[in-house]
Design a protein around this ligand. Structure first.
Ligand code: B4P
Length: 190
């Protein structure tokens, strides 16, 4: 099974690259951001709680996203593999994911981190904010807070996979196709 964690700060291109990866490798795409936005769109209780945090650029509690991922893994028992996009975002989420996959007799194949500097992230997210309707993309102060949340809580997740010898870093600046090729070269080494 190919189980890939796509990692990087907000706006690094995780969602963008996932689209091409799921097609090429026939993986099930698990984006916690997309799942949360669909809960919001459906007006569920979980969605209403998540929206308050997401609109401020803050992370949603670990137990909420871990529960969502567990349900999705159970719902896709015959998958060839998974691409985890935007998850795990904390070390507690990474530990929970390891346990969930172990209980299903599988494991993470590798983490690929897209490296993009803060200035480029700001530029990309504000550009998307012009027509995405996403409150968290519209305000430079909220974007700064998302980047701070990433540096404080999410960046340490890289160390978790480095310790397991599963960490690979890629330059996330440049054209989308050449970044995709670099990711495929890394996957070929798994
Ligand atoms: P997410 O939905 O995961 O999204 P993201 O961080 O905004 O972005 P991504 O890296 O996928 O960027 P994209 O490809 O779209 O998170 C949103 C919020 O949900 C979080 O802040 C948090 O509140 C909550 N959340 C989600 N998961 C959670 C978890 N596990 N735990 C707790 N809370 C969680 O690219 C961005 C833009 O850049 C696009 O417009 C794209 O077109 C452009 N772009 C991409 N690649 C480019 C390139 N190479 N060059 C130029 N532009 C590019």
């Amino acid at each position: 099974m190919l189980n890939l964690v796509l990692f990087g700060p907000p706006g690094a291109g995780k969602g963008t690259q996932s689209q091409s990866l799921i097609e090429k490798y026939q993986l099930v795409h698990l984006s916690t951001g997309d799942i949360l936005r669909s809960e919001i769109a459906n007006g569920t209780e979980l969605g209403l709680e998540a929206k308050k945090l997401m609109d401020q650029g803050l992370l949603v509690p670990d137990e909420v996203v871990i529960g969502m991922i567990s349900n999705k893994l159970d719902a896709n028992k015959d998958a060839k593999g998974f691409i985890f996009d935007g998850f795990p975002r904390t070390v507690a989420q990474a530990e929970a994911l390891d346990m969930l996959l172990k209980s299903k007799g599988t494991a993470i194949s590798g983490m690929i981190a897209l490296e993009v500097n803060d200035e480029e992230l700001q530029k990309r997210l504000l550009l998307r904010g012009k027509d995405s309707g996403r409150a968290d993309d519209a305000d430079p102060e909220i974007i700064k807070r998302r980047i701070k949340e990433y540096n404080d809580k999410t960046a340490p997740v890289a160390g978790f996979y480095k310790d397991q010898d599963k960490f690979y870093s890629i330059n996330g600046i440049g054209n989308i196709e050449s970044i995709f090729e670099s990711i495929c070269e890394v996957i070929a080494k798994f």
